[in-house]
Design a protein around this ligand. Structure first.
Ligand code: WT7
Length: 672
């Protein structure tokens, strides 16, 4: 990513401040501002010593580390490198012989409402047995395993089983297309794929195995020796002889005992592909030690986890939120967690609230996009309003994935949190591994729409294009000035891209550029109560955020132009959307005359389906408009600024004197 000046279009004036709930403060893991500042003092005093203490206290090491931070090959930082541990042992074995052993680890609620519970002891047995099944098929330490699974206990078991034997998992979200899956299998050179015959979502049975077959048949997947198939439904699926094996067959006769393989703290725990501003998705590589320590510790800090909490993160294991706050953090913390297979609107839009009541959920973590759609649904139908459910078990509620607008924040605070639960609005990324900037339940006065202050030890700043810190109240780029244990280690197969994308030369090659714009409050509106608070203003690169899902504009453009029989050129931008946060707008030039009327509608529908097939349904452009050409400068550069204005339906006020072909702006302005 190149360093560019960022503009903050509108800085919202927000003067509502909600002090922390006194009852929570008294018993909080970090109790009060003084405790928070003491941790900060410790971090600033001796940065490596601070992290070394936390890593020793929060992880079980089979070999203690002696070196904390190695910066000799920056920005390829290493943490706790000579220490050895196993991630699965830190989530499961650690609890054996303690009261957690017989505690419910997972309350699984299926799409159809069926509930099953698994204790820690049972989960350990299932993970071990599956790890033995992986070994029986030749999967070993360092091998990559692609997981393309529904939200089930088996998905968590598959990930933990890989970690147990030191295999590196790469989970691909079940909504991605065969093409996206293929790309990831090839890039990771996976030796095995773990999938299910079908997935159940909203009462529908959707194929998974058929998509795996299609991906592998595309070619170049010779590395894949085994496809493990979990029979989620009774429907049969195609099985390839010699390659495919059902879970039942693979587990038959396998012992429920499997010693965890100790690995170096720097051994990759997983690769997770995410979108960048250019080209193909990036395989974000995470470590075992630093990553795991942070997913566990942020459970204690951000969610203030207590032994009797029932934790629920509504994310999918296909995203980093599901990795850190379903598969690893909650289990390492020894908490009971809810795993939900279905969707928030089935059988009705009261499902989340009914589930909170049913399972006495105490800490609830979801995305603004879900909140906004449930606000809308409860306005249309009072029967699905949160007031219809008993939500008194809730202590803390969280938000993740995109900025939460103050209206949605207030609704969530009042109607779900009963004005007693703090909202922890957590800013972080696939690359950061865990939370970075967010309020702490027992510490931070809340301001709607602000993710407030960084966690102790996380050195965030807002800088201008020269790397200088900007004054409070001014917009700039969000950076992290020091390495932290759970940070991305590299991009799989592409260390150069890692350096270029995150550690720009302009800042000396050592400062992490997040790709988000941010502004720190000068405290004027709140009489100083929120001075220094961070507010995220959105991406400064060509990355889109649709319903909390991250996509590159270039990815969508490449998908469109891959329809070579139809599309000559395409440009994609985002516009704000009330429901999905951002919506994708595509400007398309066809290889034939510009379509109008019904023909345009028909071709737009065809292109949407095409993009769904190329990337996944989440990437479907909401708006598609056609022109004879794209707005370009005389040197041939696409003027995206103008397209952004058109997408928002704004009048063009920019200088268009350098525009080669002004007439086409009108063509594109005619919305379908
Ligand atoms: C991007 C990262 C965080 C894990 C899930 C998404 C945006 C994320 C917030 C928030 C404002 C947020 C940023 C970030 N984002 N959380 N609380 N407030 N923006 O991870 O897919 O890697 O996306 O999501 O733009 O860069 P991801």
């Amino acid at each position: 990513m190149s360093v560019q000046p960022s503009t903050v279009e509108s800085v919202l004036i927000e003067n509502r401040v909600f002090p922390p709930n006194e009852a929570l403060v008294r018993q909080a893991n970090i109790s009060g501002m003084a405790a928070y500042q003491a941790l900060w003092k410790e971090a600033k005093n001796d940065y490596p010593a601070f992290w070394a203490r936390l890593a020793r206290e929060n992880l079980v090491w089979t070999k203690p580390f002696t070196r904390t931070l190695d910066e000799s090959n920056a920005p390829f930082f290493k943490w706790f490198e000579d220490g050895e541990l196993n991630a699965s042992a830190n989530c499961l074995d650690k609890h054996m012989g303690t009261p957690v052993e017989n505690k419910t680890a997972i309350i699984f609620e299926a799409d159809d409402g069926a509930v099953t519970k698994v204790t820690y002891k049972e989960l350990l047995a299932r993970v071990s047995q599956f790890a033995n099944a992986l070994k029986a098929r030749g999967v070993k330490k360092g091998d990559r395993v692609v997981i393309y699974m529904p939200m089930t206990v088996e998905g968590v078991v598959a990930m933990q089983a890989c970690a147990r034997i030191g295999a590196i998992h790469s989970v691909v979200f079940g909504g991605f297309s065969a093409k996206s899956l293929h790309e990831r299998i090839v890039d990771a050179a996976a030796v095995a794929v773990i999938t299910a015959n079908y997935q159940l979502r909203g009462g529908k049975e959707l194929p998974l195995k058929a998509i795996v077959d299609e991906a592998i048949e595309t070619g170049g997947c010779e590395s894949v020796k085994t496809v493990f198939v979990y029979q989620r439904t009774a429907t049969t699926c195609n099985m390839v002889g010699g390659r495919d094996i059902t879970f039942a067959e693979a587990l038959a006769g396998q012992s429920t005992d499997c010693p965890p393989v100790p690995v170096s703290a720097e051994h990759p725990l997983f690769i997770l592909y995410t979108s960048g501003s250019t080209g193909k998705p990036k395989g974000v590589q995470h470590s075992t030690g630093g990553y795991l320590m942070w997913s566990k510790l942020t459970m204690d800090w951000t969610f203030d986890i207590k032994p009797d909490d029932v934790f629920w993160c509504t994310a999918d294991i296909g995203w980093v939120t599901g990795h850190s706050y379903i598969t690893y953090g909650p289990l390492a913390a020894g908490v009971t967690e809810i795993v939900f297979e279905g969707v928030p609107t089935y059988p009705d839009a009261g499902r989340f609230w009914q589930m909170i009541e049913r399972h006495k959920c105490s800490v609830f973590y979801t995305a603004p996009t879900a909140i906004r759609s449930l606000i809308k649904a409860s306005e249309a139908d009072a029967k699905v309003h949160p007031a219809r459910s008993d939500l008194s078990s809730l202590r803390i509620i969280g938000s993740v994935g995109e900025p939460i607008n103050p209206e949605a924040w207030m609704w969530y605070y009042r109607n779900v949190g009963g004005e007693r639960c703090p909202i922890v609005d957590t800013w972080w990324q696939t690359e950061t591994g865990g939370h970075m900037i967010n309020p702490l339940p027992g510490v931070t006065p809340l301001v709607p729409g602000s993710c407030t202050l960084p966690l102790p030890g996380i050195m965030t700043e807002v800088v201008d294009e020269t790397g200088q810190t900007v004054p409070q109240g001014a917009g700039g780029m969000l950076v992290v000035t020091k390495p932290w244990p759970s940070m991305i280690r590299t991009i799989w197969n592409d260390p150069e891209r890692y350096k270029k994308a995150y550690f720009p030369e302009e800042f000396g090659g050592k400062i992490y550029l997040a790709g988000d714009g941010a502004v720190r409050s000068n405290g004027e509106a709140t009489k100083g109560a929120d001075r220094g608070y961070f507010r995220i203003t959105g991406r400064i690169d060509d990355v889109l955020n649709v319903s909390g899902h991250r996509l590159g504009t270039m990815e969508v453009e490449s998908a469109l132009v891959a329809k070579t029989d139809l599309v000559a050129e395409a440009a994609v931008v985002a516009r704000p959307d009330d429901l999905t946060g951002e919506a994708i707008c595509a400007f398309v030039v066809l290889k034939r005359a510009r379509p109008t009327g019904d023909e345009a509608t028909k071709i737009a529908a065809e292109l949407r389906n095409w993009v769904a097939k190329e990337i996944g349904p989440i990437a479907k452009p909401k708006d598609i408009s056609f022109g004879d050409n794209l707005p370009k400068t005389r040197s041939g550069k696409i003027m995206r600024r103008l397209l952004r204005s058109i997408a928002k339906g704004e009048a063009i006020t920019q200088d268009i004197s350098t525009l080669e072909n002004p007439q086409i702006l009108e063509q594109f302005a005619q919305k379908l």
